[in-house]
Design a protein around this ligand. Structure first.
Ligand code: HEC
Length: 150
């Protein structure tokens, strides 16, 4: 006997298919929005900046030399997330990237000053980095959070 000709079997298969599809839909709907990778990047920047503060306090320039490049060349979110962020930024993308470039340049200056053991310039560059963090946050942080994880 061909089971696919038996109405009871067909009905049973349909019910199973229906249950499986509804279940997977329900799981997807209940899934919380995945945290953005950018948030992890920011949290690492925060830890690195705090580590630099500690190193400055003890004039541990070797640590500044080591950490500054990780701030300058922090990881970027995966491509798919970058595309979403860029789409959201629209014509502000240049401004956003500009702030990131300024953080990069200031962090490079900080590392170079630390290499020379030039504490005053390290501290000035540190303030410069922090000011660029602030500038981007003032323009983008709140609208970003409201858009991507309200
Ligand atoms: C180009 C823009 C930009 C620059 C530059 C920038 N940030 Fe951010 N930062 C953001 C955005 C956007 C958010 C909000 C992310 C979110 O809500 O998911 C954020 C959020 C954060 C947060 C909060 C993360 C959390 O857990 O919610 C910290 C901490 C942070 N940034 C630290 C820094 C530090 C330190 C620097 C400088 C070294 C910096 N940021 C530079 C855009 C920037």
């Amino acid at each position: 006997m061909n089971v696919f000709k038996c109405p009871a079997t067909i009905a049973a298969i349909l019910v199973v298919v229906l249950i499986v599809t509804t279940a997977s839909f329900r799981v997807r709907a209940a899934e919380p929005a995945k945290p953005m990778a950018l948030q992890g990047v920011m949290q690492q920047l925060d830890r690195d900046m705090q580590a630099i503060t500690g190193a400055i306090a003890t004039e541990d320039w070797a640590s500044v030399v080591r950490i500054a490049p990780t701030i300058a060349r922090h990881p970027e979110p995966p491509l798919a997330e970058k595309v979403r962020i860029l789409a959201w930024l629209g014509s502000d993308a240049g401004k956003f990237r500009g702030f990131d470039g300024q953080v990069h340049d200031a962090a490079v200056n900080m590392g170079e000053a630390a290499q020379r053991g030039d504490g005053q310039t390290v501290i000035a560059a540190f303030a410069d980095v922090q000011l660029r963090c602030l500038a981007c946050h003032q323009d983008f942080r709140k609208p970003f959070a409201e858009h991507f994880h309200p």
